[in-house]
Design a binder for this molecule. Sequence first.
Ligand SMILES: Cc1cc2nc3c(=O)[nH]c(=O)nc-3n(C[C@H](O)[C@H](O)[C@H](O)COP(=O)(O)O)c2cc1C
Length: 206
Amino acid sequence: MNIIENLNWRYATKRMNGEEISNEKSEIILEAIRLAPTSMGLQPFKVLVIKDKEIRERMKQACYNQPQITESAFMLVFAVWKDNYEQKATDYIELIAKTRNQSIESIDGFKKNLLNAIKSNDPISWAARQAYIAFGFGLATAAMLKIDTTPMEGFMPDELDKVLELDKLGLKSVVIMAIGNRDEKNDYLVNLPKVRKSKEDFFIHL
Ligand SMILES: Cc1cc2nc3c(=O)[nH]c(=O)nc-3n(C[C@H](O)[C@H](O)[C@H](O)COP(=O)(O)O)c2cc1C
């Protein structure tokens, strides 16, 4: 597997052909997203996996009618916790204790740091930054599997949240991803070279 070749192969696909993706590959992409690191390990967001055509039809108007919403095999919606961060942090501490067979008291210092981090940050924008890391893992993993993706911020979060009833789940959408296969005939971007700054312009070596 040539990592750089695959990263050059991927592009933000504008048109997809509606073909399905194998379960095996879909699961690998989802697992890479789940395994992404987050600050203090909190994972303060959820990822909705939306294959249902009718739901995707309804999502489309909230996404400026971008065709990938319905031409993809499925959509991912990264949605951050809206509230109850302290309770959820406590649940996370319990998960650590259970997973690592530790007492809650032995990780009390970490719990205090975590609660402080929540208080000293704007929790929603902090959570969004964590969600974007997982989002990047998903994009890169899909490229390694030669699966196409479109990273998408071109949507109206409040409208999308209404369609998906995210309020009921205590969530707020921050970024979405189309996953599928490129439509080589109809996507004007297929054969265009990638535009990136040169290494000299981009990196600062000290
Ligand atoms: C966070 C984010 C949001 C984006 N939103 C959209 C979008 O709504 N629709 C779209 O077609 N492309 C979207 N793009 C694609 C970018 O325009 C594209 O990634 C960029 O031009 C670099 O090109 P490449 O990904 O094809 O290499 C988005 C990319 C990122 C990273």
